[in-house]
Design a protein around this ligand. Structure first.
Ligand code: ADP
Ligand code: MG
Length: 173
């Protein structure tokens, strides 16, 4: 895992972190680090092609909230929403089969999840609905660089600081 860029918060611009990982475990470690800075009500949009590692990232987040990532997390491709009862409820949402219109998101219960203030929402294919997600959504863009290499670009909304470095410790949990 390598932290490449750490732009600080500029005028009207959010912080950005860029990582390169070389295994699913490293991607989960990045996710755990970012999860340490999440609070109930936060929304994370997970963006990237099939196989980029969005679901793997969700596994890392749930691990920080006390759950077994591999056993707990399954893709909600057909159910659209899975709820995991960690120390904070996690709403795992997958928009793969949706176009992202307001009505669709409302009917599927996605808008309720992202606005109830109680759980953390992790939205795979969130770019499909980015205009309907809260303006303080954190965007995580995963890019397939090679068989086991992924770039993970994290864009924080203006005013939301990146989590501190020590949260990346494998013992952060
Ligand atoms: P998505 O949800 O974006 O479609 P998944 O997380 O389901 O992607 O799948 C990612 C696949 O890529 C898994 O089979 C995983 O083992 C593999 N993989 C290989 N290297 C990495 C890495 N560095 N980060 C995440 N996944 C990786
Ligand atoms: Mg997935």
């Amino acid at each position: 895992m390598r932290r490449e860029v750490a732009k600080s918060n500029g005028e009207g611009e959010g912080a950005e972190l860029v990582f390169v990982t070389h295994s699913p475990e490293e991607t989960r470690a990045v996710a755990r680090r970012l999860a340490a800075g999440l609070a109930p009500g936060d929304v994370v949009s997970l963006e990237g092609d099939l196989g980029a590692g969005k679901t793997e990232f969700v596994r890392g987040v749930v691990e920080l909230f006390g759950l077994d990532g591999e056993r707990t997390v399954t893709s909600p491709t057909f159910t659209i929403i899975n709820v995991y009862e960690g120390t904070v409820p996690i709403y795992h949402i997958d928009l793969y089969r949706l176009e992202g219109t307001y009505d669709e998101l409302e009917n599927a219960g996605v808008l309720e999840c992202v606005s109830d203030g109680e759980g953390i929402s992790l939205v795979e294919w969130g770019e499909r609905a980015i205009l309907e997600l809260p303006s303080n959504t954190i965007r995580v863009i995963l890019i397939h660089l090679g068989e086991t290499e992924r770039e993970i670009r994290v864009l924080f909304p203006p005013g939301k600081p990146a989590p501190p470095e020590e949260a990346s410790s494998p013992n952060a949990q």
